[in-house]
Design a protein around this ligand. Structure first.
Ligand code: SAM
Length: 285
């Protein structure tokens, strides 16, 4: 069949803005369930392996999840001098935990995702992505990350927030109160990072989130990286510190965890922001 004659029903379509969609050719819907929080679907795509969507938004594909999970885990953990106790909020698919487990200095990594169905889907449908769950250092909790950090003061060296976009249960993960709880939940020095979306599509949201974070953390930074199947294919991560931490990686540890996307050079380059992204750092609330 010629490309032009492919029928619509052979594409998964993500509505990214009122004027833009992403279409990914799929073979089959492998699993679907309405959880207490979101519509969870697992797809077999034509060329990207399996894909997880929540409320019809791409969360990961087997083909390119490495671009995101490596940058969520290795940037904060190679900066921090001794990241023994880590927390992942969200991230139920297991991808960030799996990358965290590649750091031998990590003694325990706690994951808190509000939706047990996502954790179950990660284990069932994405065994490579969630393989870190098998590590005895991994602790999995089904719960609200907002409550968890409030109840665990002076506990974590690194907190990674791999949540869905700011809708539903994730709205509170971008608020001042949450950042204050994160700050209190970290030891000093402490590092916090969080996916904050596309600088092409969510610049105003990123600007506002930076301003809120700046009122809590001792320093706030943005770093960027490619994620082909996320809106705009170019992603922004916020990083906040408790105390002062050099943004540069420990080179030996960075080399040890180098992946398909992350390297010490990519780490340092990720903080060299294009002017339109750097402008989001300097703007005031
Ligand atoms: N990498 C994806 C992205 O950047 O959009 C996110 C992946 S992960 C599947 C997102 C997870 O955040 C979901 O499993 C969702 O259940 C979880 N989540 C949303 N709000 C939460 C909260 N308040 N506490 C804990 N987990 C939450």
């Amino acid at each position: 069949m010629s490309e032009s004659k492919q029928t619509e029903d052979q594409y998964f379509t993500e509505q990214q803005t009122p004027f833009r969609r992403l279409g990914l050719r799929v073979k089959e819907l492998l699993h679907e369930e309405q959880t207490d929080y979101q519509a969870l679907k697992v797809w077999q795509t034509t060329d990207l392996g399996r894909m997880l969507t929540l409320d019809d938004l791409v969360q990961l594909t087997e083909a390119d999840d490495f671009t995101y999970h490596e940058m969520m885990a290795h940037v904060p953990l190679t900066m921090h001098p001794a990241p023994r106790r880590c927390l992942v909020i969200g991230g139920g698919d297991g991808g960030v935990v799996t990358e965290v487990m590649r750091h031998p200095e990590v003694e325990r990594c706690t994951l808190v995702d509000i939706d047990e169905a996502v954790i179950r889907a990660g284990k069932t449908w994405f065994p490579r992505v969630s393989s870190g769950y098998q590590d005895p250092r991994a602790e999995i909790i089904v719960g609200d990350g907002i409550l968890h950090v409030r109840e665990h003061v002076d506990t974590y060296d690194a907190i990674m927030c791999d949540s869905t976009d700011p809708i539903g249960p994730a709205v509170g993960l971008f608020a001042t109160d949450f950042y204050r709880s994160v700050y209190a939940s970290m030891k000093s020095p402490g590092v916090f990072n969080q996916q904050v979306g596309s600088p092409f599509y969510a610049a105003e949201f990123i600007r506002q989130t930076v301003a809120v974070a700046r009122s809590v953390f001792d320093s706030v930074h943005l770093y960027v990286g490619a994620v082909p199947t996320y809106p705009g294919g170019y992603w922004c991560y916020l990083l906040g510190t408790k105390g002062q931490i050099d943004l540069r990686p420990d080179l030996a540890r960075a080399a040890a965890v180098q992946g398909k996307y992350y390297s010490a050079g990519v780490h340092q380059g990720a903080f060299q922001l294009p002017p339109f992204v750097a402008a989001l750092l300097s703007a005031r609330a």
